[in-house]
Design a binder for this molecule. Structure first.
Ligand SMILES: [Zn+2]
Length: 504
């Protein structure tokens, strides 16, 4: 608690200093706003402080072509532009856009009836919420229309099934998965979706509904199909460039099912714990930790994740969803964004630990909170280092700020349940596998920080230890670890579902 008070105090002091310093400084750092493609220019009301540029919220609203509403009583403001909005609060380093919380890393200031927002981080936040592209080069703020690379969808009934085609402007990597309640999820890495092109209803009765989600560095297309049982294959095709998904199943050969209602997705049923998001850590260019014998974390955790998916999928009580099914890099924040978008009830991130002490062995289940020990802090630093693959230059320096802020804002609500889940997992890992449990610990993991659900990170074993490394690559261990996690999830479900239902 103390640390937060100190942080808050520091933040307020800094903002006061910042505001006081302004009395001597007129607005007037020369910053131009440019709107593309027409190139229309605006002089933006900004100022420079301590090397950072801040923009007045009213000037920003004008530039965005939006309207600003300020509430001086609660010291908050909101800009509505197009279908989007951002909300801010004096002294807070966070913005809100709809249900999304965005870190702008510097507290919002105030001067001359306007709130002041740090341009550099604001631009990153705007790029996350708006399809338009914002750019800041240190003197010019540019907004350009979106350049989409996921441009449309078509569906056609074939003799052997249903053919879905998602058109691309460039070659992109993707993952396709199905849930057992008739949703097909397509995650396209680096995709920018023209969501309007996906709103048109397709004249094919087997396709019931299509939703698109734009994440920071990926696009998700969710397609709800009428028949529940189906299999599919997905491939990248050229000429034109597209992802071709062939869906096979009895229901897809029959065109007489137009009136049939598909099963309803119950992600808003707070009392049911069924949508389990499995997050195999790392992937793609991010190998994670590598063992002395060359075993890569990203490979073994994907294998454990796949097996966990199988266990959950064979249990009618669960609807598992994976954040990645292949050797694909997905940014940390997109993983929780995906978990939230599918209405996840639980988020389980699977990893393998590493230590400079090659003797260190065993499993640890973590939940999100302040790190209590140096070892816990080391594990968090290691896992958070995935961020370096996200190619946003400033992200590295965020990590220290993150230590103070993001984590307790969002996860507190679920902390007790997360801690309990972690406890169940460590116990079952201890009993069900050959690795000794090192218990439950808490630390600041970026990948857990925006999950609006109980969330844990499981370090299944130490890949840096040659005995643990040997185990990690064994099929038997992978299966036992997956089973132990599955049983933990089932035990958690049993405990909390009845509690939630009785407190209704
Ligand atoms: Zn990891």
């Amino acid at each position: 608690m103390n640390i937060h008070r100190i942080y808050l105090y520091k933040m307020i002091m800094r903002t006061l200093i910042l505001t006081l310093a302004l009395f001597g400084t007129a607005f007037g750092a020369k910053v131009t706003g440019v709107r593309l493609p027409d190139g229309q220019k605006t002089n933006l009301k900004t100022f420079e402080f301590d090397g950072d540029y801040f923009i007045s919220s009213s000037s920003l609203a004008e530039f965005l072509g939006g309207t600003e509403t300020i509430d001086f009583f609660s010291k908050t403001g909101k800009i509505d532009f197009g279908d989007y909005s951002i909300e801010y609060m004096l002294f807070s380093p966070f913005l809100k856009s709809g249900e999304t919380i965005l870190n702008i890393y510097k507290p919002v200031g105030y001067m001359d009836g306007a709130y002041l927002l740090p341009i550099e981080y604001l631009v990153q936040a705007l790029n996350q919420v708006s399809p338009d592209e914002f750019d800041w080069d240190g003197s010019t703020l540019t907004v350009s229309p979106p350049t989409f690379n996921v441009t449309g969808i078509s569906a056609s009934q074939k003799l052997n099934g249903l053919l879905l085609e998602i058109y691309l402007k460039e070659e992109l990597r993707f993952d396709a998965i199905k849930t057992n309640d008739s949703w097909l999820y397509l995650t396209i890495s680096e995709g920018k979706v023209d969501s309007l092109a996906f709103t048109r209803k397709l004249p094919i009765p087997a396709v019931y509904e299509i939703k698109t989600y734009q994440f920071d560095r990926s696009t998700q297309i969710s397609i709800r199909l009428r028949p529940r049982d189906f299999t599919f294959t997905a491939k990248l095709r050229t000429n034109p460039l597209r992802i071709q998904v062939l869906v096979r199943g009895e229901g897809f050969l029959d065109s007489s099912m137009a009136g049939e209602e598909p099963p309803v997705r119950d992600d808003f049923d707070q009392n049911t714990i069924d949508v389990i998001v499995i997050d195999p850590g790392h992937g793609g260019e991010d190998d994670g930790a590598v063992g002395p014998d060359g075993v890569r974390e990203k490979d073994v955790v994907l294998e454990i994740g796949r097996r966990l998916f199988e266990y959950l999928n064979n249990d009618s009580g669960f609807k598992p969803v994976m954040t990645r099914q292949d050797d694909l890099f997905i940014p940390l924040s997109d993983r929780t964004a995906l978990a939230n978008s599918v209405g996840g009830d639980m988020f389980v991130s699977i990893h393998a630990n590493a230590s400079s002490n090659e003797k260190a062995r065993g499993a640890i289940a973590f939940f999100l909170a302040d790190a209590k020990t140096d070892q816990a802090r080391a594990a968090a630093t290691l896992e958070n280092s995935s961020i370096r693959f996200e190619k946003i230059e400033n992200q590295k320096q965020y990590l220290t700020d993150l230590d103070f802020t993001l984590r307790d804002m969002i996860q507190t609500e679920f902390q007790r349940e997360s801690a309990d889940l972690a406890d169940i997992i460590q116990e079952k890992m201890d009993k069900g596998t050959k690795v000794k449990s090192r218990g439950v610990d808490q630390a600041g993991f970026f990948v857990l920080d925006k999950a609006y659900m109980p969330a844990v990170l499981v370090e299944t074993a130490f890949i840096s230890n040659s005995k643990d490394e040997e185990l990690l690559k064994e099929s038997e261990f992978q299966d036992k670890a997956a089973k132990a996690i599955y049983e933990s999830i089932a035990a958690f479900k049993e405990k909390y579902e009845s509690q939630r239902k009785s407190s209704e």
